[in-house]
Every structure is written in structure tokens, then in C-alpha cells.
Design a protein around this ligand. Structure first.
Ligand SMILES: [Zn+2]
Length: 213
């Protein structure tokens, strides 16, 4: 968990490579659903086109289906989900049935000004969604994705006012989800103002024990 721009995409991708588990990001799933041809995809597209929130039950169904794919059997990293208590409760219920509960929830935290400065340098691959930062984590060749050779671009909807508002909305939305996990002893808050490598080291310390079991 963490607000947009806090670095969770990059951290998730690194953990994914280190532990060989997929990152399941609801944002990427929604973007992919845009080009899918199925009744469910069309229904989700309609909500997105109207600028409405996709209803919880549709988001939940989409993510829970994804978690049943073979590559997620040995574990997974969720990014951008759950966003609401209803989603968190549904996730816990489904995974309890499968006897593979969510073990760790990490909240990456940083002051708004730090995040806004980082967002100004944020770039993203338009084909594989790998996240870069011109200051702290640039592509090896400017504008070209290290992984897939795709175009590394600045998403155009990210004006500073929009970003600040998005941070506020995020805070409001997810404070309850954070306390849900805090109350069940699964939440760890990590200071995301530290350098990428320092944050990654903390995450390895936290998750290493679980993976070694
Ligand atoms: Zn790429």
C-alpha cells in the first residue's frame, strides 16, 4: 500500500524479480481490460468511460480470478488492491478458503511534498508498465524501456494539482484499509523517503523470513 508516486510500483517489481512471484496491480488490470472483448470487460469499460469507480464486486472478482492463475500459486504481490474494507474482507475470506492468507501488508509512507517532487520525474513504459524516474531510477537508454524496448513516457494526466488531489483521495480511501490490517497485526509502515535501495533492504528484511520458511 502507498499513495501514487511513493515508489510502490518500483519496489513491487524488484520484489517480484527477487522472489519470483508476480505483481498483481489492479491499475494494470483495468488498463488491460480496456482492450479485452468479454461481457465483463465491456461492463468495466463502461464504468471507466463514465469516470465512475468500478464497483467493488467487479474489482474483487477480477483480482480473485487472477490470483488463481498458476503463476500466483507460490505467492504474489498485490499493488493497488484492496482499496476498500469490502475488498480487504473479500480477499481475506477467499484466501482463507484456499489456506494461503495475506501475511504481510506494507504501507509505504512519505510526505506529500516528497511524493510530488518524485512524480515530476516519474516515467512509465507504455507497453509493459515498468516504472522509471529520471532522477532516481532512469532507463539505461533515455526513453527506451530496459525490459521490453517500449517507449518510456510521462503520463499526461499528471498535472501537479491533479496529483495533490489524488494523494488526498488516496489518504481518505485507504486510511480505513490500513487500520483494518493494523488491527490484525499485519501492517508494517516503511519510511519511503529513504533511497530506493534502502527501502528495498527493509522490505527484504521483513519478507525474507516469510519466504525462507
Ligand atoms: Zn517495457
Amino acid at each position: 500500500m502507498g499513495p501514487p508516486g511513493v515508489g510502490k510500483g518500483t519496489q513491487g517489481q524488484r520484489l517480484s524479480a527477487a522472489y519470483d512471484v508476480p505483481v498483481i496491480a489492479s491499475g494494470d488490470m483495468f488498463r488491460r481490460v480496456r482492450v479485452e472483448e468479454s461481457p465483463r470487460a465491456r461492463e468495466i469499460q463502461a464504468y471507466m468511460d463514465r469516470g465512475d469507480m468500478v464497483p467493488d464486486e467487479m474489482t474483487i472478482e477480477m483480482v480473485l480470478d487472477r490470483l488463481k492463475k498458476p503463476d500466483a500459486r507460490g505467492g504474489f504481490i498485490l499493488d493497488g488492491f484492496p482499496r476498500t474494507i469490502a475488498q480487504a474482507v473479500a480477499l481475506d475470506a477467499d484466501l482463507a478458503n484456499q489456506e494461503r492468507p495475506i501475511e504481510h501488508v506494507v504501507l509505504l509512507q512519505a510526505p506529500a511534498d516528497v511524493i510530488l517532487a518524485r512524480l515530476a520525474g516519474r516515467r512509465v513504459c507504455d507497453s509493459c508498465s515498468k516504472v522509471y524516474n529520471v532522477d532516481s531510477n532512469p532507463a539505461r537508454v533515455d526513453g527506451v524501456c530496459d525490459v521490453c524496448g517500449g517507449n518510456v513516457i510521462q503520463r499526461t494526466d499528471e498535472a501537479p494539482e491533479v496529483q495533490r488531489r489524488r494523494l488526498e483521495v488516496y489518504e481518505e480511501q485507504t486510511a480505513a484499509v490500513a487500520s483494518y490490517y493494523r488491527s490484525s497485526g499485519r501492517l508494517t509502515v516503511v519510511d519511503a523517503t529513504l533511497a530506493l535501495d534502502a527501502v528495498q533492504a527493509e522490505l527484504h528484511q521483513l519478507l525474507g523470513a516469510a519466504v525462507a520458511r
